[in-house]
Design a protein around this ligand. Structure first.
Ligand code: GLY
Length: 283
């Protein structure tokens, strides 16, 4: 089978992100052509995006409102294996930690225990702070001081959510054996309380893979979790095909809620977003 890989740089990411996404996709595609698995390929692609400060994942992650980096990531394959991490600090590549969780009896590890596990298995740690994230936190705090940011009890109504998006990254692939895999990684939305977990760590919400294909989502995690979006789109793959299934998923949201979805299935790939989104597919 001819392999395919798609990746995105987050809903809201503009044309200036495109070349970086293209080079990350090329790295994953070369791995597929060399006979590596879909899982290895999506990890290579997402790791490249995590290592690029432009994206809100790994190095370059936005801070929570306390000025800390707390990252989420997950991986899943068509045989139903999955691993995810939430609220992890300092781990250079959370996608590698999510992959490692797949080899434990667990599906999701969070916070201190997940970080301890990363140390135990020898994953790399790094100072992930960036000028970009310093600037974003200052902007968010200024808006809060100006009263632009309403009470949490108002559930973030009346604000332009797109300003708080990070450029969550994700990839989906099919390998030469026809197996599917998905991976994603994020620093989360910039407007978040410490301890908040988004869709990227939640199997079925931000990510899903099975015998029909693989799906990842990007957008406001709270909204994506409520609709269990990745699984909902996955369930439409057989009936609609990847492109229409992604469009169907985006159409479940009002325009004011930014959302993007990428997918692969047995016949091709799908991409849809209700805002600009840098993405790329190979071949
Ligand atoms: N979609 C990323 C997040 O909400 O955390």
């Amino acid at each position: 089978m001819h392999p395919v890989i798609v990746a995105h740089g987050g809903v809201g990411s503009g044309i200036e992100y495109k070349e970086d996404v293209v080079s990350a996709v090329k790295a994953g595609y070369e791995a597929l052509l060399a006979g590596k698995s879909a899982l290895e390929a999506v990890i290579i692609t997402v790791k490249a995006l995590e290592d690029n400060v432009k994206f809100n994942a790994g190095y370059g992650s936005y801070y929570n409102l306390a000025g800390e980096i707390e990252m989420d990531a997950s991986v899943m394959t068509s045989d139903g294996r999955c691993g995810a991490v939430a609220c992890v600090h300092g781990v250079k590549n959370p996608v590698l930690l999510a992959r490692a969780v797949m080899d434990t009896p667990h599906v999701l590890m969070a916070g201190r225990g997940a970080v301890e596990y990363a140390k135990k298995i020898g994953l790399e740690f790094a100072d992930l702070r960036s000028e970009k994230a310093d600037k974003k936190l200052a902007e968010v705090k200024k808006k809060i001081r100006e009263g632009y940011y309403p009470q949490w009890s108002e559930k973030m109504k009346n604000i332009d959510l797109s300003e708080y998006l990070g450029d969550t990254v994700g990839a989906v692939a099919m390998d030469m054996q026809g197996k599917f895999a998905a991976a994603n990684s994020t620093g989360g939305i910039s407007l978040k309380l410490p301890g908040r977990v988004g869709d990227s760590a939640i199997i079925g919400a931000g990510i899903y893979a099975g015998s029909e294909g693989a799906v990842v989502t990007t957008g406001i995690g709270e909204e994506i979790i409520k609709k269990v979006l990745a699984k909902a789109v996955y369930d439409k793959l057989a009936q609609l095909g990847a492109m229409k299934a992604c469009r169907w998923g985006v159409d479940q949201y009002d325009e004011g809620i930014p959302v993007g979805i990428i997918a692969v299935d047995k016949k091709g790939y799908g991409v849809a977003a209700n805002k600009q989104m840098a993405w790329h597919v190979l071949p």
